[in-house]
Write a protein that binds this ligand. Structure first.
Ligand SMILES: C[S@@+](CC[C@H](N)C(=O)[O-])C[C@H]1O[C@@H](n2cnc3c(N)ncnc32)[C@H](O)[C@@H]1O
Length: 427
């Protein structure tokens, strides 16, 4: 099948509300060639990342909007403009290959042809206009929310969100030290460097397929952003501890907790999504680690909890994920302003439920991959106001920004995803 058609169909599904990761997975059933996959992926990610800008430009090129029922044609036009501006595809190939998708629909073919050729003629003026009106390429509500929270710093967050993210590894020091792994990467001509924010983190100069990473299949490394690698050390589980990871899938942090401390009394990883728990099991198997896995609702511990308190609880809460927009640009299309208050209620509910399961003296680490105060410091402030048996343990660190409650990493700071952490101790 034509690569542009596969990409267009993926984006049409994203516009209808499906996640791009899941949609691309489905699309791979029709594509086996590695290079073609890479091209489709670059096209989808890039177009979705720049969606609001491309749509603005397209609107300047149309006399009347393309009807909703013809969304595939609209997406093809966006894909065409994306290739012309951002990809190293020859102009004539970008136009002819994109137009060719509509070969059985002459009116759509001529529309696409006209739009893309006019774009090429007027590119300079159109891009200048886009710079003036939609430079950030984010939905308005998101721009407003991020600016309200971060003022001057918002601009660099928008810029970071529009760049492809780096690929960061976590070395499993049970098998190999970070320096040794850097040497193995160098042998394979994979350029990489150690990150200071986390003891086990390695930053790759360019992303690679995981099967190119030395001993990946045997569990020597995992792919995990450096900000996510902060969770397990902050949780600080000790030998003999009972540990609960209450929103665990796909299990990056569960595995890190297990990797750091082999002598836990127990490690229970729960998630409401049984499908996603399968990924936790796969991750643990590859790393040769174990944990108890349970598909369960964190807001209803009365259904699944055995009544024995936990010493450490990680609550990596479901959130807007506005700190990882560069990794999942479809968030710009999928997330709605009204989701934030709903997520806020769910986060508070899970936090209150998890608190009941913590032993006196025990520590709960609250984490989100969000940069919105509503989901982060405001949540902790609210929780502390309501729970006199809770105290915050400040996080002193060489990363992120100290907040009145917890610590915030803004997207791109020290190469990291946007993340938030707060440590609470039961008195
Ligand atoms: C941010 S992700 C967790 C990422 C994970 N900690 C990691 O490092 O790989 C949030 C998870 O919360 C789960 N979740 C959402 N609502 C839940 C609930 N009520 N009970 C348990 N898990 C829930 C989602 O299925 C999702 O897997």
């Amino acid at each position: 099948m034509n690569s542009r058609l596969v990409a267009a169909n993926v984006i049409v599904k994203v516009l209808a509300g499906k996640s791009m990761t899941a949609t691309l997975e489905e699309a791979w059933e029709q594509v086996s060639d590695v290079q073609e996959k890479a091209f489709i992926q670059a096209l989808c990610y890039g177009t979705v990342r720049q969606y609001y800008r491309l749509e603005f430009i397209l609107n300047q090129l149309l006399n009347k909007p393309i009807k909703d029922k013809d969304v595939q044609i609209k997406v093809l036009a966006l894909l065409g403009i994306y290739q012309l501006k951002y990809m190293r595809v020859k102009d004539h190939a970008a136009v002819s290959e994109t137009v060719a998708v509509m070969k059985k629909k002459p009116w759509a073919k001529s529309l696409l042809n006209a739009v893309l050729r006019r774009y090429l003629r007027e590119q300079e003026q159109l891009e200048a206009l886009a710079d003036k009106h939609v430079a950030y390429a984010h939905p308005d509500w998101m721009i407003k929310a991020i600016k309200a929270d971060w003022g001057e710093q918002a601009k660099s967050i928008f810029i970071e969100n529009n760049h492809a993210p780096p690929m960061t590894l976590r070395v499993n020091t049970r098998f190999c030290q970070r320096d040794e792994y850097l040497a193995l990467l160098a042998e394979q001509q994979i350029e990489a460097s150690a990150l200071t924010s986390s003891e086990q983190a390695i930053l790759l100069a360019t992303p690679v397929m995981v099967d190119k990473l030395p001993h990946f299949a045997e569990g020597w490394v995992s792919v995990q952003d450096a900000a996510a690698q902060l969770a397990a050390p902050l949780l600080g589980a000790q030998a003999g501890d009972r540990v609960l990871d209450i929103c665990a899938a796909p299990g990056g942090k569960t595995a890190h907790i297990a990797e750091r401390q082999l002598d836990l009394k127990c490690l229970l990883a729960i998630d409401i999504d049984a499908q996603r728990l399968v990924r936790v099991a796969e991750n643990l198997r590859r790393l040769k680690l174990t944990a108890d896995l349970l598909a369960a609702d964190a807001t209803k511990p009365e259904v699944w909890w055995d009544g024995v308190l936990y010493d450490r609880i990680l609550l990596d809460a479901p959130c807007s994920a506005l700190g990882v927009v560069r990794r999942h640009p479809d968030i710009k299309l999928l997330r709605r302003a009204e989701d934030i208050t709903q997520l806020q209620s769910l986060q508070q509910l899970i936090l209150r439920s998890a608190w009941q399961l913590l032993t006196p003296g025990g520590v709960l680490l609250y984490a989100t991959c969000s940069i919105l105060k509503q989901e982060n410091e405001s949540q902790i402030k609210h929780f502390l106001n309501e729970h006199s048996d809770a105290q915050e343990l400040p996080i002193q660190a060489g990363w992120g920004i100290e907040r009145p409650f917890g610590r915030q990493v803004l997207t791109g700071s020290q190469t990291m995803d946007g993340f938030y952490y707060a440590r609470l101790q039961k008195k």
